[in-house]
Design a protein around this ligand. Structure first.
Ligand SMILES: Nc1ncnc2c1ncn2[C@@H]1O[C@H](COP(=O)(O)OP(=O)(O)OP(=O)(O)O)[C@@H](O)[C@H]1O
Ligand SMILES: [Mg+2]
Length: 377
């Protein structure tokens, strides 16, 4: 038989080799004829589709497909025979398969075309992509959670800052009203009595504005933290993946130097990922202006009760005007920055009983460090 493979073997050996290949392949291999009838069905297919070979051989391939492909498949083959239009033949694409138990699973199917004993046949190679989809879904989920927390955090920070800013003029308004009321307290002209009444109303409303701000502040600051034992390395890996989404054109080389032996930490994973995300984003942003763009992320447990993470960049270093106020809200040197990234990071790390700090990187750049207590708070 012509295997089309370049082997030094004789025909009998080739036949054995062929059987061995088909039997041991991890991916599914199916051969169908021009009518869609299954002629070969390897053992990997049995675990993918749940059918034994005796149930599939000689039957139409569409039994392995979920609707609507099941109904459309004969049409595809017909169209190909008539027009030569290729939907999938010669290429490959992501499709769905259907298991005997009715469940469907995503798979990557590539189809080749050949001749066997003067008959046209199609060879399909099937790779189960469930794992990849699960990983992608997990990534999307984490991303969604983070965006949510990030918004809540930003809202919290803004509300706190706003409340602080608004309380001062509100207090001043209240003081002026009280002073005015005292000034006219002794007068009993009807117009003055009316004015006193109006001022009392103004005072009430001012008090109410203060209450609204206070309630808003209570509300945003009240998100329950969810603490659990987590692996800091894994937490960082996930966060890096997220931080670099959409940053692929920034050309930053990320070097990871993890101590795989660090103990688990009690933490709110989403919040700590928020910290990592902010630090990585800052580093990537700082690296845009320099030629050597490297970010080294390391973990250690060199103190008895803490784990330690560091983010060392080769950027321009901290600007003088911010370094003394680095962790205060609304301190920024960026045109589009809010200046709240680091203040959020600091409050999260401190709420975990940890500490966040920055030092110059030897040879230029900045290193942000944080440490978290192993037992949590
Ligand atoms: N890795 C770094 N290298 C150099 N400067 C940095 C670095 N990280 C932070 N900075 C400086 O600290 C400032 C404050 O950072 P922070 O994350 O709090 O706010 P931001 O990045 O400006 O805005 P936001 O995070 O709210 O979008 C930045 O504007 C920048 O000047
Ligand atoms: Mg920032």
């Amino acid at each position: 038989m012509g295997t089309g493979a370049n082997t030094p073997f004789k025909d009998a050996e080739n036949a054995a080799l062929f059987r061995m290949l088909v039997a041991t392949a991890v991916d599914g291999i199916i051969v169908i004829d021009a009518l869609g009838t299954v002629r070969l069905y390897n053992s990997a297919c049995e675990s993918l589709f749940g059918y034994g070979p005796e149930e599939v051989l000689g039957r139409n391939i569409r039994m392995l497909m979920p609707a609507p492909y099941r109904e459309e498949h004969d049409g595809y083959i017909d169209a190909y025979h008539r027009t030569g239009e290729r939907k999938i033949i010669g290429i490959g694409r992501e499709v769905f398969g259907q298991n005997k138990d009715g469940s469907t699973f995503p798979m990557y199917l590539s189809v080749g075309e050949g001749m066997f004993e003067n008959e046209r046949v199609f060879v399909g190679i099937i790779h189960d992509t469930t794992e990849r989809h699960v990983a992608a879904a997990r990534l999307r989920e984490v991303q969604g959670e983070l965006v949510h927390v990030s918004r809540m955090n930003e809202m919290g920070q803004m509300t706190s800052a706003l409340a602080h800013e608004l309380n001062q003029p509100l207090t001043a308004i209240m003081n002026y009203i009280r002073a005015a009321q005292r000034t006219i307290a002794a007068l009993d002209d009807p117009a003055v009595v009316r004015a006193r009444d109006l001022m009392e109303k103004a005072a009430d409303q001012t008090g109410r504005a203060g209450q609204i701000i206070k309630r808003l502040r209570d509300f945003v600051e009240k998100r329950e933290a969810i603490r659990a034992e987590e692996d800091l390395n894994r937490t960082i890996e996930e966060a890096i993946a997220l931080a670099l989404v959409g940053a692929s054109d920034t050309n930053v080389k990320v070097v990871v130097d993890f101590d795989r032996g660090i103990p688990p930490v009690v933490m709110d994973r989403i919040q700590i990922q928020q910290v990592i995300l902010n630090l990585v984003r800052n580093a990537v942003e700082a690296l845009q202006d320099v030629a050597r763009r490297e970010l080294t992320i390391a973990t250690r447990s060199d103190e008895p009760d803490y784990v330690h993470a560091s983010f060392a960049d080769t950027g321009p270093g901290l600007p003088d005007e911010v370094s003394s106020r680095l962790f205060q809200p609304f301190v920024t040197t960026k045109e589009k920055g809010m200046g709240i990234g680091l203040s959020i990071c600091q409050s999260i790390v401190e709420a975990h009983g940890g500490r966040l700090w920055a030092v110059p990187n030897e040879g230029g750049g900045t290193v942000f460090h944080f440490r978290l207590p192993i037992a949590g708070l």
